[in-house]
Design a protein around this ligand. Structure first.
Ligand code: NPG
Length: 369
């Protein structure tokens, strides 16, 4: 393939309800889509991070510069552009995994469409539908939290994740367990809000039989997470600290995590995400697919990934309606607690023209060949 044009489409989509985590509160999904045009066809992807660098160091305005000035010039001239050629071509650019993932995924979409191959088939998916979990934000009160959990369970979600932070941890978990029972698959996510000095406090969560505690300590503190795991019976799961398959191998070897959250964007794209899966699976470490409030453009490829054999825990791959009254693609609808894995070529979805018009703030060419 040869790259002809790359367009950036900034979008803002209101959330149905504010989403609060230990790092901030979101009320709209504000990001950009990448639209690549090649001589073999077109592809789409979504940049996963937010306008502010609060979850990770990357952010919307920065990623636009990185793509325009450092990533696109390195792939533009490649004579035989394929998705597999993107990571080696941009390897000298340090970090910026989420920007790299957006570029690789759009190229992959175009490439797979040109072969007529669905992403799920390309990745080696073994399921046609995947169980859906839901992430529940920090609430103003326990009754408000219990109402939310009750509603999600009534909708069919098969696993609940509670966002936690100091001051909102043991009590919400206890309240959910008391109300919905010990059989409810339940996990918590701290988004780096604690330190190793909180180990005794976090050990109080052990009595609730959680599936896992996600990223309790600082990003990249593998040693600290290993020390913490030594003091908890709840399995530690890493998210922010794992940037590639090598990190994952190190973390597993150190017993810094017993479960892995795979977010393709965080590790630079779907090709590396599959390697993360492979490393964990080979060690018998369960993986699940995280989410970053993606529109349908980001949600569709995550569902393909979540259909791989090592994804033995339900992911944050919720229905579109969890976040959006109207999405930019056809919505993903929960059926019996599951979402369908897209089966058409490439990522399997495209923006709906009318929705795209409605939610677009700005479109601009980042590259014209
Ligand atoms: O369902 O897409 C989803 C969101 C799940 O809690 C979720 N995502 O830390 O994993 C996270 C969190 C997140 C939200 C991360 C926004 C980044 C931005």
């Amino acid at each position: 393939m040869k790259l002809e044009r790359v367009e950036i489409v900034h979008v803002a989509i209101p959330l149905v309800t504010p989403f609060r985590t230990s790092f901030g509160t979101m009320t709209t999904k504000d990001t950009f889509l990448l639209h690549v045009v090649t001589d073999a066809g077109e592809g789409w992807s979504e940049f996963a991070a937010d306008p502010e660098p609060l979850y990770c160091s990357e952010f919307v305005a920065g990623a636009e510069i990185v793509l325009r000035d450092f990533l696109l010039p390195r792939v533009a001239g490649l004579p035989g552009l394929t998705a597999a050629a993107v990571a080696p071509a941009v390897a000298k650019v340090k970090g910026h995994e989420l920007a790299k993932a957006a570029l690789e995924t759009a190229v992959l979409d175009a490439e797979l469409r040109s072969y007529g191959m669905p992403l799920a088939v390309y990745l080696g998916a073994v399921r046609e539908r995947v169980p859906a979990g839901v992430s529940v934000g920090i609430k103003e009160s326990l009754p408000a939290l219990l109402d939310d959990v009750e509603r999600y369970l009534a909708e069919g979600y098969v696993r609940i994740k509670l966002k936690i932070e100091p001051g909102w941890d043991v009590e919400p978990v206890r309240a959910v367990r008391e109300r919905f029972g010990d059989g409810l698959p339940l996990q918590v996510d701290a988004n780096t809000a604690y330190t190793l000095a909180d180990a005794d406090h976090l050990r109080r969560l052990d009595e609730f039989g959680l599936l896992l505690i996600e990223e309790p300590l600082e990003e990249n503190n593998l040693y600290g997470h290993a020390r913490l795991q030594g003091r908890l019976s709840t399995p530690v799961c890493l998210d922010e600290s794992l940037h590639n398959a090598r990190d994952t191998a190190s973390a597993i070897a150190m017993d810094a995590c017993r479960v892995v959250n795979v977010k393709p964007a965080r590790v630079g794209g779907y090709l590396e995400a599959r390697r993360v899966h492979d490393v964990a699976h080979a060690h018998g470490v369960p993986v699940w697919c995280g989410g970053m409030l993606e529109t349908g453009i980001g949600r569709a490829p995550n569902l393909a990934l979540a259909a791989l054999p090592g994804f033995t825990l339900p992911g944050d791959t919720s229905a579109s309606s969890r976040y959006f009254a109207a999405d930019i693609t056809e919505p993903f609808v929960l059926e019996d607690g599951h979402l369908p894995v897209p089966r058409t070529p490439g990522i399997g979805v495209e923006p709906l023209p009318e929705a795209l018009r409605r939610f677009t703030l700005r479109r601009e060419d980042l590259y014209v060949g």
